[in-house]
Design a protein around this ligand. Structure first.
Ligand code: ZN
Ligand code: ZN
Length: 440
């Protein structure tokens, strides 16, 4: 409760301050004048989500609208991705990304504009929902694009508004950077994105310098054996037992091969092998996800997964042609590295305009985000993803009184951000950030 009161106290000066600062005032006036447009845009996107790589209607809507503001469209960036460029004299080049895809989740928010949409994935029909709030990102993106045109006199440089397909499946960004049309996009000095945060308050921006999200690898490992009767194990080499040993042993990579301050996760999410209790099968397939921040940790895990697997197989008496098969799926993405120098600039900007408490420190997480693919590490383009608050103090207070006290998380069927408050606030805050960066 104490925290809630202090947050409420913080909101009052924030509003007063917004009226005294000309950049904020312009942005705040813009969001008020465009409130109906923004709310309708959000509701329309929310009601009509599309699955990863299939964001046809969504992309068309964004493209037509942003083109009507005077942005030059760069198409053919893979799937439904496109860029929208606004050149406005000499100055920094800033890329700002939104993602566009929904998730195969059945919405249970009870909202009047809740999604009833379905989508096709591998010949199956799924309900679709913007359960990760990419509709918040898109509406903020479109509103900000419009505001930046209206305030063209106040800044100089080039803006790249990038709309990306398939973030949830980690396919979109890789497709963009490998497409020939990507070369038409000017090289940015800075790359930015926001992601909504289910528990931060509207008006709070979450910062996590350096590694913020993990590199993601998915691997299928086939453990071979020699099948036979379950009652005669001496004539077999049991891949079920071998798998059990392997699953246990690979956790020692995390505890004994990685440096304790260099995190890593190995999760075996599926074990498929065998049919019946009295038959020893020929093979078992394990499905893993591997999460790391540093390249060193990733290299160690990959090397040790193979060493442990091969040596256990050898110890079990398997010949060299029956060593385990390690299939790294084509879904790998690098870790998200938020440039600390850029973070400092962004933090200064947010704190100067919205007060110190508006910048909140967020701990790193082992989830993935393919924003990391846009040359963060190899080309060292300073990049940053900010967490954006979506919760009003009122709703946080109301939730605190409930029995389970749980605010619906991202990717859940009841996730319902306070869009009428957080979208205008995102636009105002990102506008201030861009204006300050354009002065650099
Ligand atoms: Zn997501
Ligand atoms: Zn997301």
């Amino acid at each position: 409760m104490k925290k809630i009161l202090s947050i409420l106290a913080f909101f009052v000066p924030l509003i007063n301050q917004a009226q005294t600062n000309p950049v904020q005032k312009k942005a705040a006036d813009f969001t008020k004048e465009n409130a109906t447009f923004l709310n309708n845009c959000y509701k329309q996107l929310h009601e009509n989500p599309e699955l990863s790589t299939k964001e046809v209607i969504t992309a068309n809507y964004l493209k037509t609208t942003i083109a009507s503001y005077g942005y030059e469209i760069i198409d053919s960036l893979g799937y439904e991705s496109f860029g929208a460029v606004l050149k406005n004299g000499n100055g920094p080049v800033i890329l700002y990304r939104t993602d566009m895809d929904g998730l195969p989740v059945k919405e249970e928010t009870g909202l009047t504009f809740a999604s009833k949409a379905t989508g096709q994935k591998e010949n199956e029909t799924y309900p679709v929902m913007h359960a990760c709030g990419h509709d918040i990102h898109m509406t903020t993106w479109l509103g900000l694009a419009k505001l930046m045109v209206q305030t063209k006199k106040d800044w100089n440089g080039t803006l790249i508004f990038l709309a990306q397909s398939a973030e949830e499946t980690a396919q979109g960004a890789k497709k963009i950077v490998s497409s020939p049309a990507y070369k038409k996009i000017p090289k940015p000095n800075y790359q930015l994105a926001i992601h909504d945060h289910a528990e931060l308050l509207v008006g709070e921006m979450g910062f996590c310098d350096e590694y913020e999200m993990a590199a993601v690898d998915m691997m299928n490992i086939t453990i071979y054996g020699k099948g036979g009767h379950g009652a005669a194990p001496q004539r077999c080499i049991d891949p079920i037992l071998l798998s059990a040993q392997y699953i246990t042993e690979i956790q020692s990579i995390i505890s004994r091969n990685l440096a304790p301050i260099d995190p890593g996760v190995i999760t075996v999410g599926a074990i498929n092998g065998g049919t019946i209790g009295n038959v020893i099968p020929n093979q078992v397939v394990l499905k893993l996800t591997i999460r790391t921040f540093s390249k060193e940790a990733r290299d160690i895990i990959m090397k040790r997964l193979k060493e442990i697997g091969d040596n256990l197989a050898k110890a079990a008496g398997l010949p060299s042609n029956l060593m385990p098969k390690y299939d790294l799926l084509d879904m790998s993405i690098p870790s998200v590295y938020n440039n600390p120098d850029l973070g400092k600039l962004l933090k200064q900007s947010i704190q100067k305009h919205f007060g110190n408490t508006a910048a909140v420190k967020i701990k790193p997480m082992m989830i993935g985000e393919d924003f990391s693919v846009y040359g963060q590490q190899l080309d060292s383009i300073p990049s940053y993803i900010l967490w954006a608050g979506t919760l009003t103090p009122d709703r946080k207070a109301a939730t605190a009184l409930k029995a389970n006290k749980e605010i619906p998380a991202l990717h859940t069927s009841t996730f319902a951000p306070d869009f009428e408050q957080c979208i205008p606030q995102n636009i105002i805050m990102m506008n201030v950030v861009l204006m300050d960066l354009f002065k650099k």
